[in-house]
Write a protein that binds this ligand. Structure first.
Ligand SMILES: [Fe+2]
Length: 227
């Protein structure tokens, strides 16, 4: 066990710099970029690539200095990666009557727990902002042609046991109707699963997790996991 400092602590010598995310089809690039803008990320760069797709750089916080962290890169998956995914789908007969049983098992595992495979988690300082973003994306998934059929949202409310937090969760437009709870206390999570991005063993989707931590609790879900 190691103790950790605060962000302002001068002993902090490393931060998580960037994550590189990929879409499969060129036309999904601008759609994925729009999703990131709905999430509140700032487009720092956008440029065309020789293969006809677009490369983007996003800052997860528009107010943070551009000094090498807090970055999401977005580009089309390489031809080699797409060819490999195609070969995997073909070999496992994905979507065919004789599909390999491991495919359905993996999909069902991801339905029961969006964190079961690769995903990206982003911490938000405002629960209200998190809710605003999720409600906007939820509504867009119903009526925006770029997002219809491409987004699924799952929420984990804060673990029950604190009357104030329980009431806040009950009243929430995002967390009020879910019985699911987090792997730890004093936080809540919203998962935005989208087929606009590729990741995971089958390359079919990516889960972007939005987190909020209720302040004032020394022990919480990000330093003590509870199964
Ligand atoms: Fe997670």
């Amino acid at each position: 066990m190691t103790t950790t400092g605060t962000p302002a602590d001068s002993r902090v010598t490393k931060t998580l710099g960037h994550v590189a995310l990929h879409y499969r089809k060129a036309e999904d690039g601008p759609r994925a970029a729009r999703l990131f803008e709905k999430l509140g990320y700032a487009r720092v760069q956008e440029l065309p690539l020789p293969n006809g797709s677009r490369f983007y750089q996003f800052a997860v916080d528009a107010n943070a200095p551009l000094e090498g962290d807090g970055i999401i890169y977005l580009s089309r998956a390489s031809d080699q990666q797409l060819a490999l995914l195609e070969a995997v789908h073909s070999a496992l007969r994905v979507g065919q009557p004789d599909q390999h049983p491991a495919v359905a098992a993996m999909r069902s595992a991801q339905v029961s727990d969006p964190e079961v495979t690769f995903h990206v988690g982003l911490l938000m300082k405002s629960l209200e902002e998190l809710e605003k973003v999720v409600v906007d994306i939820r509504e867009s998934a119903q009526r925006d042609p770029d997002f219809i059929g491409r987004i699924n949202i799952v929420a984990n409310r804060a673990r029950r046991g604190d009357a104030g937090i329980d009431a806040r969760m009950d009243a929430s437009p995002v967390f009020g109707s879910t019985a699911r709870e987090c792997y730890g206390r004093y936080g809540c999570q919203a998962f935005i699963e989208t087929s606009l991005l590729t990741s995971g063993p089958l390359g079919e989707n990516l889960v972007i997790e939005l987190d909020y931590l209720f302040p004032g609790h020394p022990q919480h879900m990000f330093n003590k996991t509870e199964i």
